[in-house]
Design a protein around this ligand. Structure first.
Ligand code: PMP
Length: 290
C-alpha cells in the first residue's frame, strides 16, 4: 500500500512529499513536532499532544497554523489514508518558507505543516519489551530549553548513534553534576529498592513527556509512589529496575546502563506491569470521521 503524507494543505504520495529548500525548519531547525502513538485504530493522548504542540509553538512565537478541529481532522485523515491500525503519527510545524535570514519573517509567511503516519508492529514492540534494552550515558550537551519540542535534535541524533555503536538502544544525558536528565528520545525512570518510582522533575531540563505524565497517573492508580527528583547515574546503576517512556516505546524496561546490569538483567515487574496497563490510563480517540 502506498503511503500518503500531508504537506501544507495537500495529501500527496509519501515518495513525492517535499518542502521548499528555504523552509526554516530545514535551514534553522526553526520548528516543532509531535509523535503520537496509534493503537488499534485510535490516537493515544491526542489532547495532551496537541496541548504540548500549542505550547511549543507559543514558546517560539510561531503562529498556530490551523484550528484544533482542523488539526484533528487532518491527523485522522492521515492515519486513515495510510491504513495505520498500530503505528505512529508524526506532525511538524515550522515557521514557514522565507528568504534566508535569521530573524523572523513577516506575518505574510504562513507556518508549514506536514504530517505522516507509519505502521509499527505490535509484536516487535512486545518482543523488545520482553528482552529489555541497554542504555549508555553521555554528557548533556543540549541547550537549556529542551522542554520545547523542537526539531533541533542534532545532540540527540549523535547521542543515539553513539548508543547504537556501543550496542545500546538509548543514551541517557547526564548533567554536569552527574544527574540523569533524560534519554535521546525518551524520559528516564528508576525503581528504588522500596518500590518507589523516581523520575526527574519536568522543569526546563527535560521534555515533559506525555507518556511520563500518563505513567505518573497510572502509578497513582496502582498505589505506587512517584518521587519527582533528579537521580545520579550511580543511583540508577544500583536501582532495582530502570525503564524509559515515550509515545513510540510506551514503557520499555532498561536492563543495562553502561556496563552495569540492572537487577538480574531481565525486565523488572514494575516496568512490565506499567507497560501492560498503560493504555488504561491514556486517552484513546477513535479514528471515526471527525
Ligand atoms: N524526551 C525526548 C527528548 C523525546 O524526544 C521524547 C519523545 N518525543 C520524550 C522525552 C518522550 O516524550 P513522549 O512521552 O511525549 O513521547
Amino acid at each position: 500500500m502506498s503511503r500518503v503524507a500531508y504537506v501544507n494543505g495537500r495529501y500527496v504520495p509519501h515518495s513525492q512529499a517535499a518542502v521548499h529548500i528555504e523552509d526554516r525548519g530545514y535551514q534553522f531547525a526553526d520548528g516543532v513536532y509531535e509523535v503520537c502513538e496509534i493503537l488499534k485504530g485510535q490516537i493515544v493522548d491526542l489532547t495532551a499532544h496537541l496541548d504540548r504542540l500549542d505550547r511549543s509553538l507559543d514558546e517560539l512565537s510561531i503562529r498556530h497554523p490551523m484550528t484544533r478541529v482542523a488539526f484533528v481532522t487532518v491527523m485522522k485523515e492521515v492515519v486513515a489514508r495510510n491504513r495505520v491500525r498500530d503505528g505512529l503519527l508524526y506532525i511538524q510545524v515550522t515557521r514557514g518558507v522565507a528568504r534566508r535570514d535569521h530573524v523572523f519573517p513577516g506575518p505574510e509567511v504562513a507556518p508549514s505543516v506536514i504530517m505522516s503516519a507509519k505502521s509499527v508492529s505490535i509484536e516487535k514492540g512486545l518482543k523488545a519489551a520482553e528482552k529489555g534494552m541497554s542504555v549508555i550515558t553521555t554528557p548533556e550537551n543540549r541547550w537549556d530549553r529542551v522542554d520545547i519540542k523542537t526539531v533541533g535534535l542534532l545532540p540527540n541524533v549523535l547521542a543515539k548513534q553513539k548508543a547504537k555503536e556501543a550496542g545500546a538502544k538509548e543514551a541517557w544525558f547526564v548533567d554536569k553534576d552527574g544527574y540523569v536528565t533524560e534519554g535521546g528520545s525518551t524520559n528516564a525512570w528508576i525503581v528504588l529498592n522500596d518500590g518507589k518510582l523516581v523520575t526527574r522533575p519536568a522543569d526546563h531540563g527535560i521534555l515533559r513527556g506525555i507518556t511520563r505524565s500518563v505513567v505518573m497517573k497510572l502509578a497513582e492508580k496502582h498505589g505506587i509512589s512517584v518521587e519527582e527528583r533528579a537521580f545520579t547515574v550511580e543511583e540508577s546503576k544500583s536501582a532495582r529496575e530502570a525503564f524509559v517512556t515515550s509515545a513510540s516505546l510506551v514503557v520499555m524496561p532498561v536492563v543495562k546502563i553502561d556496563d552495569q546490569v540492572i537487577g538480574d538483567g531481565t525486565p523488572g515487574p514494575v516496568a512490565i506491569e506499567l507497560r501492560k496497563t498503560f493504555h488504561e490510563a491514556a486517552e484513546l480517540i477513535k479514528l471515526t470521521a471527525a
